[in-house]
Design a protein around this ligand. Structure first.
Ligand SMILES: Cc1ncc(COP(=O)(O)O)c(C=O)c1O
Length: 299
């Protein structure tokens, strides 16, 4: 599924560095670290009438990613919240919007890899667009398994939410070539890590499972769903999940800020799910929908 272009987004204002500019002026330098080395961290946020879902958790993950990468002169949380507020106000966005919050290591004094060439601090980008949920959550998505492995901590820790997305982009290209929506990425032992853009869950015999967060992003929606499952009295656990287990699940679904809970209807040509699994998923999806407003925060 290709995300649509919404003409309303032609006129948007974007926060770059320290100010709001028109979309046509929203640029970083050719010396910026994001251009030089994909050296940036990011978060995807969703805006509802009640505020931004799990805003504090997203800012915290951005800060932790920046800390892990030794970014210097990171803007404060207050600065980030203010930049988000200013951007949403400038665009009149009170709901149905998505924010791509990016923090680059900033501009270098000359091209090169060395972070010591960054002497002017980080660059914050708040890109807010009108955007509905990305996937059709009634129909679900079809996926294939990618030959591209998801990074574990021995390569490049997937707990850093960095903007060097080539690992996932290669998997997405394979999904595109296969004519499906997304690609399952395995860890280096061949267990399921996640999709190229969202986390995965299975339901089997009334129990809910998700892969250990060893080679996947520990998604904020993933945490939310795990908590809701436990609160609903369901058996919820992290475990190694093989492809065979995934194909034979009573239900499989993906989670992420960009799509909420999305059924995975087919993987590698195998139809997944049955009525029992669907019933449990519908229950979880309903409590998730009801819980969203309570998880929103004003920037
Ligand atoms: C690779 C990957 N997995 C999972 C997710 C879902 O994470 P979250 O629920 O925090 O949006 C994302 C979101 O950016 C992602 O990039």
């Amino acid at each position: 599924m290709l995300q649509q272009f919404y003409p309303e987004n032609e006129q948007i204002s974007v926060f770059v560095g320290d100010r709001i500019v028109d979309r046509s002026e929203a640029k970083v330098s050719v010396f910026d670290s994001s251009v030089q080395g994909g050296d940036a961290v990011w978060e995807g946020l969703r805006v509802y009438a009640e505020g931004i879902v799990h805003l504090s958790a997203h800012i915290n993950r951005l800060m932790e990613s920046a800390h892990a990468l030794s970014f210097e002169n990171v803007p404060s949380e207050d600065f980030m919240r203010d930049a988000i507020r200013q951007t949403l106000d400038a665009n009149g966005m009170k709901k149905d919007a998505h924010v791509r919050l990016t923090l680059t290591r900033g501009e270098k004094i000359t091209s090169g890899m060395d972070p010591r060439l960054n002497q002017n601090g980080c660059c914050l980008i708040v890109l807010a667009e009108w955007k509905p949920l990305v996937y059709d959550n009634d129909k679900g998505i079809e996926v294939i398994t990618s030959s591209q492995r998801r990074n574990g901590p021995q390569f490049l820790d997937s707990k850093i939410h960095h903007a060097n997305l080539l690992n996932n982009i290669i998997a997405k290209i394979q999904a595109n070539v296969a004519g499906v929506d997304a690609a399952i990425m395995l860890d280096d032992n061949g267990f399921i890590a996640e999709l190229n853009d969202t986390n995965l869950f299975t339901i089997k015999d009334g129990r809910v499972y998700t892969p250990f967060a060893d080679a996947c992003l520990p998604g904020i929606t993933r945490n939310h769903v795990m908590r809701l499952a436990e609160e609903a009295g369901l058996s919820m656990s992290e475990k190694n999940i093989s492809l065979t287990e995934f194909y034979n699940a009573d239900f499989a679904f993906a989670t992420g800020t960009m799509g909420h809970l999305t059924p995975v209807s087919k993987a590698d040509g195998r139809t997944i799910g049955n009525a029992e699994g669907r019933k449990l998923f519908d229950k979880l999806n309903k409590v998730f929908g009801e819980s969203i407003a309570g998880c929103c925060e004003r920037p």
